[in-house]
Design a protein around this ligand. Structure first.
Ligand code: IMP
Ligand code: MG
Length: 185
């Protein structure tokens, strides 16, 4: 994999702006769930850095669980329409106030499938917190209850978002320069 500097077209959201917005979201969520009855569900793997920072800025007691879904074919960057659960939750969400934490809502298929599936387990409430929204690409109708940033229709990476599984660790969100990026397979 190339160094991120060799494939970065521009920094879209810098670390300070990201952290400030995450703190705001944390404060809002703390106010909305003041009684310590909250389960954060991180959608692996893209939601991890966001979930960690968000969780640390939520002042009310909360639990965490994790799930993984796959919506993209190997090497593909387009959503196929429905998501398959590849790692299920450990916890029973029945009767719980659940907040799904996701890196980005693009076509919306991933989050829509996860919401459908989790609804059948009868949580007390089920809401969505997404760091990024790419509304131009939306195909499925989803409500984002807590949103970090609306972004243009560009392929981005960093802060959880991957470029073929790399660069999730970056503390900013950057736009990929698709002319410089050389996929390794
Ligand atoms: P959707 O099902 O099309 O909404 O896709 C959502 C998933 O696609 C996200 O959880 C991301 O993992 C991935 N994704 C969408 N857009 C990007 C991007 O610009 N960079 C990296 N991953 C992306
Ligand atoms: Mg992904």
């Amino acid at each position: 994999m190339q160094n991120y500097k060799d494939v970065l077209a521009e920094i879209l959201i810098d670390p300070e702006t990201l952290q400030a917005r995450v703190k705001e979201l944390g404060a809002q969520i703390s106010a909305d769930y003041p009684d310590g009855d909250l389960l954060l569900i991180c959608i692996l793997r893209g939601g991890v850095p966001f979930m960690v920072d968000l969780s640390r800025s939520i002042t009310s007691p909360h639990k965490m669980d994790f799930m993984a879904v796959s919506s993209y074919g190997v090497g593909a960057r387009e959503s196929t329409g429905s998501a398959r659960v590849t790692l299920d939750l450990q916890m029973d969400i029945r009767g719980q106030q659940v907040l799904l934490v996701e890196d980005i809502v693009d076509s919306g298929h991933t989050i829509a499938s996860v919401l459908n599936m989790l609804h059948t387990r009868q949580p007390k409430s089920l809401k969505v917190c997404a760091l990024l929204d790419k509304p131009e690409r939306r195909e499925a109708n989803v409500t984002i209850d807590y949103l970090g940033f609306t972004i243009p229709n560009k392929f981005v990476f960093g802060y959880g978002l991957d470029l073929d599984e790399y660069h999730r660790n970056l503390n900013f969100v950057g736009v990929v320069d698709l002319e410089k990026y050389k996929p390794s397979n």
